[in-house]
Structure formats: structure tokens, C-alpha cells
Ligand binder design. Sequence first.
Ligand SMILES: [Zn+2]
Length: 114
Amino acid sequence: MKCPNCSANLKRVEVKVQGASIKAISYQCQNCDYFEFEPVSSKKVIEELRETPLKIKQKIIKLSKNRLGMYFSNHVTRSLDLRKGEDLYVSVPDKNHIILELEVKTHSQKRANI
Ligand SMILES: [Zn+2]
């Protein structure tokens, strides 16, 4: 496969997606910034993420000074043992996902996908 921008060879790279066991295949240009996901594998990853066991619908709420926020439901706080003042890392892998990652508390890493 060739890059549509600069015709250099595209490199096939497997991308590990948080919360999915299947890897998404991407094609990346070594020469410019061109990057694309192979549609079949990325669709499988999205389907797998949709089947995440804990999925709760929540409203975004308005905080002071027009900032937005959300509450964690009791199910989430209990199952992840969340405490006030803990650090969370927020990442946005695409337009439909926000990933919240907790600091490592024990040997295993705790994650919440929303
Ligand atoms: Zn290129």
C-alpha cells in the first residue's frame, strides 16, 4: 500500500486499544503524518468495546463557572474503590470515547472506560 499524500510505502502497525482484546490494524506513512485504520479490524474493536460489561448512561452536569462535569455512580465508585482526591488520567482516543485511567494502587492496573 502506498501513501495517498506522498506515495511512500505504508507501514502496517497493530494498535492496542484500551479495553479491547482485538488489535486494530493501522497503516502509517513513514514519510509524512498520514495514518489510516483498516476498516474491518477497527470495526471489530468498536464492536468489542460496545460490549463492555459495565455501561451506564450518565448526564453531563454544569459545575461552577460553566465548567462541565459528571458524577460517578455508586456502582463505579464501589467496583473501582474510588476515593476523593485520587488522581485520574483522561485521554481521548477518538470522537466517541473518553478513557479515565486511575493511578496504579495495587499490582493490577484499574481502568474505567466510559
Ligand atoms: Zn506519506
